[in-house]
Write a protein that binds this ligand. Structure first.
Ligand code: GNR
Ligand code: NI
Length: 170
């Protein structure tokens, strides 16, 4: 169990496409443990492996209340169905620290994946869970939520990120 460094924008690794995992073994479980530690440490509700620099199709998530942990693990997730109705959420990303924006995504999605033990699962997600799964799956395709924004909004976030970077270096 180790807290890893989360990669932040701008970094080419975040554009990399993650590869499916061949089997869920000790190494993958170790990675999932580290990802969960890293996510909890950063107070996030989800994390994709690429955010700690590993281009594997693995996601961890916990949208539960702080008191009781409800970790979820998704290996090789595939969305098999999504609602045509959209839902708007104010999203943030641990790779774009302290920046938030409203994003529309399908309000529900059905996802098939392998769990922590390599067992096949199907989940019908809605609400924040559906939003978070889609946000994480974008990371697996090298996509970050700011790419949904207008060029102007993106530019503003870029500027704020630079400013934040400078203030942290002082
Ligand atoms: O911690 C996170 N919160 C969040 C809030 C709304 C929509 C998506 C997210 S995911 C984010 C963690 C993260 O960056 N995962 O990739
Ligand atoms: Ni993110």
């Amino acid at each position: 169990m180790t807290v890893k460094t989360i990669i932040t924008e701008p970094n080419k690794l975040l554009r990399q496409i993650s590869k499916p995992v061949e089997n869920v073994g000790k190494q993958e479980q170790q990675l999932m443990n580290d990802m969960l530690d890293t996510m909890y440490d950063a107070n996030g509700i989800g994390l994709a492996a690429i955010q700690i620099g590993i281009p594997k199709r693995i996601i961890v998530m916990d949208i539960g209340k702080e008191e009781k942990k409800e970790p979820r693990y998704f290996v090789n997730p595939v969305i098999i169905n999504k609602d045509s109705i959209k839902n708007r959420y104010e999203e943030g990303c641990l790779s774009v620290p302290e920046q938030f924006a409203e994003i529309d995504r399908p309000s529900k999605c059905e996802v098939k994946y392998l769990d922590y033990n390599g067992k096949k699962q199907i989940l019908m997600a809605d609400g924040l869970l559906a939003t978070c799964i889609q946000h994480e799956m974008d990371h697996l395709l090298g996509k970050v939520f700011v790419e949904y924004l207008s060029p102007l909004k993106r530019l503003r976030i870029k500027g704020k990120m630079k400013k934040r970077e400078r203030s942290l270096q002082e």
